[in-house]
Design a protein around this ligand. Structure first.
Ligand SMILES: Cc1cc2nc3c(=O)[nH]c(=O)nc-3n(C[C@H](O)[C@H](O)[C@H](O)COP(=O)(O)O)c2cc1C
Length: 388
């Protein structure tokens, strides 16, 4: 289960210790996708850091954290709850209240002041939650199927529970939550939004036939399973226009034991990507393999084939190094490359890639929870060497 794997131990970041000059790397040159002019092809992947308060308001020092990383062509925010019901992890931010919008506005302004671009990732965790995070209520899901693993609550890790299957007439209310969150993201000044439809959260739970056993118009056929995710995405497009909306996908998500979460991955995701392409979305952002774990994919899953079905830009993710990005760009298999873990301890990651400088590694204790320590206090090369 991907939600659990996002908490997997840190793995060594390969390469980039050669101090070579990569300034001319095609990956590090400016590029325009849609109407968005980017400084380079490196994207900061969404990274949950659990430093918001109990009301889902990100802290003031998040403006330092994100703006320190504005050297990325595009910064994607940590996953952000569209509503209270969407919450699945303690201390994650939201975008449903005015107070949250105000806090995000300060963060986006700081990124813009450094010449960066920033998208907000819109999140509903569905069954990957816990009653402790839901005011005692059961988490919601397409079907009452208990996920393996544990939820991150304020009192530590707790076993997931069997969720409550959503009533058909509740689903339009969640679509409305997506629309409201998209309106708020616009009010906060973001450059666009990314809809999180990956890693076994609510939208993916509807897409997959292993987690969606519904018999109403939101379950059964591929068309029915895609109905709610596409309604949510259409609501967001209604606010932003398709050219400022991306969608995150993880077609190769597996269950513990490496079973694909869908019986027919390419059929399901081929239809999904076709539907997204027809809408003229800005990008799809694919986790190639299982996030953080492996770039291997189950038999039959072909990211290059999926990419070719999509008319917009393609952001590739998972264990990318500059070298791998250069290789994949040369093959025409991706437009942008998102990096997650390397951005945690390297605020000036793009500058380090450019100069071949060594990368710092963040101990896992700093990944989730806490204050500014291990978050917005990682030094840049400039501050450690005094050079430039
Ligand atoms: C600390 C941490 C938090 C993450 N939070 C999110 C998240 O909020 N949304 C999301 O889509 N993926 C999340 N991921 C997955 C990353 O975006 C990315 O897919 C993963 O780190 C693999 O990329 P990398 O090899 O460059 O680190 C998270 C990963 C880590 C390590």
């Amino acid at each position: 289960m991907l939600a659990r794997l996002e908490f997997a131990p840190f793995t060594q970041i390969a390469g980039n210790h050669d101090m070579a000059d990569h300034a001319s790397s095609p990956v590090l040159q400016p590029v325009t996708i849609g109407r968005l002019a980017l400084k380079n092809r490196i994207v900061m992947a969404p990274l949950t850091r659990s430093r918001s308060n109990d009301d889902g308001v990100p802290p003031a020092f998040a403006a330092d954290y994100y703006s320190q990383r504005a050297g990325a062509g595009l910064v994607i925010s940590e996953a952000t709850n569209i509503s209270r019901q969407a919450i699945g992890y303690a201390l994650t931010p939201g975008i449903w209240s005015d107070e949250q919008v105000e806090a995000w506005h300060a963060i986006v302004d700081a990124v813009h002041q450094k010449g960066g671009r920033m998208f907000l990732q819109l999140w509903h965790t569905g069954r990957i939650s816990h009653p402790d995070l839901q005011g005692g209520a059961l988490p919601v899901a397409p079907s009452a199927i208990k996920p393996a693993g544990q939820a991150f609550t304020k009192d530590g890790m707790k076993d997931h529970v069997t969720p409550r299957a959503l009533e058909t007439d509740e689903i339009p209310l969640i679509v409305e939550d997506y629309r409201h969150a998209a309106v708020n993201a616009k009010a906060a000044g973001f450059d666009g939004v990314e809809v999180h439809s990956a890693n076994n959260y609510l939208l993916e739970q509807f897409v997959r036939d292993s987690t969606n056993k519904r018999t109403d118009r939101y379950g059964g056929s591929i068309e029915n399973r895609l109905r709610f995710p596409l309604e949510a995405i259409d609501a967001v497009i209604g606010v932003w226009g398709a050219e400022q909306v991306g969608v995150r996908l993880s077609p190769a998500t597996t269950m513990p034991g490496e079973t694909p979460l869908d019986s027919e991955v390419m059929g399901t995701y081929g239809a999904y990507v076709d539907a997204l392409s027809a809408r003229g979305l800005l990008y799809i952002h694919d986790i190639e393999g299982v996030t953080q774990q492996t770039r291997d994919v189950p038999d039959g899953v072909d990211f290059s084939a999926l990419r070719k079905r999509f008319s917009g830009a393609y952001i590739a993710n998972n264990q990318y190094t500059l070298e791998l990005a250069e290789e994949v760009l040369a093959k025409g298999d991706a437009d942008l490359f998102s990096m997650g873990r390397p951005f945690i301890a390297n605020p000036d990651l793009v500058e380090r890639l450019r100069t071949g400088a060594p990368l710092a590694e963040a101990p896992k204790q700093y990944w989730y929870g806490g204050g500014s320590v291990g978050y917005s206090d990682w030094p840049s090369m400039q501050s450690t060497t005094g050079a430039r």
